[in-house]
Design a binder for this molecule. Structure first.
Ligand SMILES: Nc1nc2c(ncn2[C@@H]2O[C@H](COP(=O)(O)OP(=O)(O)OP(=O)(O)O)[C@@H](O)[C@H]2O)c(=O)[nH]1
Ligand SMILES: [Mg+2]
Length: 216
């Protein structure tokens, strides 16, 4: 019985995700689902992108958090069009939440839409919201064994951002082990090593973003 309920939830999600995707395609809009555990540095990267792409690309952000509008306020202050979803306890965003949030964005003017999912290394990967691409972030402070312990997100994502590499000298974390573990789960993963603090690796990340985006 429980299996049937879960399947129905996923079926409903998949139907709404398809509707979202059609809307995105109609607007020639690339949509990225950005996922990580809490505090990996998602919002900090979005703030950095707001500054970097100012005047070049119109970026919208849907922020997902259990509570508060803090992240939407941060990215709005960085010049991005922002909407906050407060999930009120739910540990991930689903397609229905995104469909409702879209009413608050001007899709016709956007070149890129990034959905910052709720900080959680498991559930967000199970729910497609209609995105074109899944990008996940793992910070070096989380340890180099995480791809083996939480494989789903690594399997589902096209890109892995290894963040906070400026902290490596202070940690017992082997970045080569992270890459080896991640590629053992998903050999096609594109991997960027980045620091939003020092700017390391951000040129390659920005170039990749530009390649995915049709500027209107
Ligand atoms: N050392 C270092 N710290 C960083 C970097 N990027 C972000 N941080 C710090 O990491 C903490 C969390 O950053 P956020 O950007 O809020 O992380 P988040 O993934 O958006 O967090 P949630 O939305 O709560 O899941 C903050 O104190 C940031 O300043 C980085 O490149 N290097
Ligand atoms: Mg955040």
């Amino acid at each position: 019985m429980r299996v049937a309920v879960v399947k129905n939830i996923l079926d409903a999600n998949s139907r709404i995700a398809k509707e979202n995707r059609k809307l995105f395609d109609d607007h020639n809009l690339t949509v990225i689902n950005l996922m990580s555990s809490p505090g990996a540095g998602k919002t900090t990267l979005l703030e950095q992108m707001g500054t970097h792409f100012a005047g070049q690309m119109k970026i919208g952000v849907i922020e997902g958090d259990i509570q508060t509008t803090l992240d939407a306020e941060r990215v709005a202050a960085a010049g991005l069009q922002a909407v906050q979803i407060e999930t009120d306890g739910a540990c991930h965003l689903d397609a229905n939440m995104i469909q409702n949030a879209l009413e608050n964005l001007d899709l016709a003017t956007l070149d890129l839409l990034i959905v910052e999912n709720v900080g959680n290394l498991v559930c967000p990967a199970e729910f497609n919201v209609g995105e074109n691409l899944k990008v996940m972030m793992l910070s070096v402070t989380e340890g180099d064994d995480k791809p083996y312990k939480y494989p789903l997100m690594f399997r589902e994502s096209q890109v892995l951002l290894i963040s906070k590499v400026d902290l490596l000298p202070h940690l017992r974390c082997d970045i080569e082990k992270i890459k080896e573990a991640a590629r053992s789960i998903n050999p096609d993963l594109i991997i960027f090593e980045i620091s939003a603090y020092t700017g390391q690796g951000l040129d390659d990340w920005h170039n990749w973003i530009r390649e995915q985006t049709t500027i209107k």
